[in-house]
Write a protein that binds this ligand. Sequence first.
Ligand SMILES: CSCC[C@H](NC=O)C(=O)N[C@@H](Cc1ccccc1)C(=O)O
Length: 619
Amino acid sequence: MKIASITDEHAPWKQRYRLHKSRGRLARFNHQRGLVISNRTGIYQLYAWNVPDGKLRQLTQHSSGKGKGEISSDGRYIYYLNDTQGDEIGHFVRVDIDTGEQVDLTPDAEPYSVLGIQTDCIGKTICYLTADNEKGLQLFTQSVMTTTIDRPNLIYQTSNYTVNPVLSYSGELVVIETMDIKKGTGSKLLVFDTVNGGQHIGTLDDGIDVNVMPKQFAPLPNDARLLAKSNRNGVSRPLIWNVRTNERVDFVLDQLSIEGDVEPLDWSHNSNFILLLHIHNATFQLYCYCVIDENLKKLAEHPSGTIFDAQFGPNGSIFVEWENADTPRQVIALNGKSGALELVMLGSLKHEVPQSHPWRSITFPSSDGQLIQGWLILPNTTSNGPFPTIIEMHGGPLDVTSEKFDPETEAWLDHGFAHLSINYRGSMTFGRAFQHKIYSDIGHWEIEDVVAARTWLIEQSIAQSNAIFLTGWSYGGYLTLLALGKRPNLWAGGVAGIAIADWTMLYEDSAESLRGYATTLFGGTPREKPELYATASPITYVEQIIAPVLIIQASNDTRCPVRQMKHYEAKMSQFNKDFKIEWFDGGHALNNTEQSISHVERILYWAHCVLDKTTQKKI
Ligand SMILES: CSCC[C@H](NC=O)C(=O)N[C@@H](Cc1ccccc1)C(=O)O
């Protein structure tokens, strides 16, 4: 491993980090305007996007960055959570795009964490979900006229995990997805009539372990049809449910493979077409579905890579947030019929960066025979291996790794490592059984899958058996620490970022919005399931750890809070483990380019030192 290129200011992996990345979304009913989240200043901030000339105007100046916001359907306002130093706790604010004026929507409330916000189609009402220790989760609607902003109306309150608030065209109906259920890991939809005092008027419940998720109401006045998805048949499929008449139409998609999830993304303005995304084996394909004749059209020519979001754009185009291994996140316009790339709407500035390494989708069997999908990337060398190798696990667990522009991954490859990202059990888009397998057994099957990845890498002569490292951020960092403790003989080292070390303490200290999620994962609270929380926690296995560990943790993170990691740190010191922890200023989101570069510099330097020592030993 070459040490020189770690500190070189112009190392290829640093150049990749410094490319500008843009996420962007058009206002639903004003395609002249959009919201962009860009790191062009080195820190992610929100920008107003004037679509015809591509000009961006910076709206936020948060020192810890801002990676989330919502534009009103008429394109006049941006809504976001005004938090403190990235802690994800604060008040929703509205920014007038034309004047820059910022208004606090809830000046009298205690600071809260949030689980979603949406605006109606006519710019009069918003709905949102907040959470705090005292009141639990609360659904509000709020009238937000140009001159007057009313007080929020409380519609629903629960202590159970609840997400995805969705408003109808003029805001007279609001829907949420809630795990306010007696048993199981499923969710149901609840509909409220906001005109008649927030009365509960409908429920869509597909059964005990089935998840139903709302997406959008039809974009027409007085239309009660809701676009949603359900995984009642084992995979997620779209449906339209009329919340007033209870009529339901599940999409007939015989043309598609029965595997993989189908996400409904957007509903055309005339309500005749729906944009769909089929995700199968972590690869993406867009389709356009006609509601009238049920015809499904494949947008066959769109570029491969990861599609984060897509919507119907102006003049029959489709606007897509997209990236692949070579191209940083950008907004592109596709031909609405073929999917062919027509225009890069928001791209990266044209620096020349070295091409990324090609990603290859692979599968390997886990201990119970379940096939696990992963992405293998090999370093550019004349040697065929075996290589020092890093296994990476994504966060979530409700996420999936797909081909993406990933400077951190490329940094390992530039330094001679092979890299395998795995979609372990619990990942999305491999079916309901795959996703739910980890519930009430957190950390068990995920580690079986990581160990199976190691076995496969050695069998294929890709990895040097004494030089296999683990890494991941958040839930991926959690799995790194857990694997190091539960299967200590297998690893040369582990790097965990903003990780979970103790689930019980996490539960006690984390934002209220996350507690319900933890309860769903474990099938109960720490008081109800103390053994499960302990068995799943890396802190339980500290004594067994053999390999060196590096942790990078944020001091203002309310998802993976400080105290649980301080305890882990103390226990690692008590047992004299080869352990290093770096604390940094910030929250759970990594918004700052130079901070990320500094993290990866430390990681590579640490790996260099560990590799030097461990390759002398036999594992
Ligand atoms: C509001 S989405 C649910 C939490 C989200 N997980 C998605 O799958 C998340 O923040 N996950 C963290 C890890 C975590 C999980 C459970 C409780 C606290 C933190 C992550 O991986 O980023």
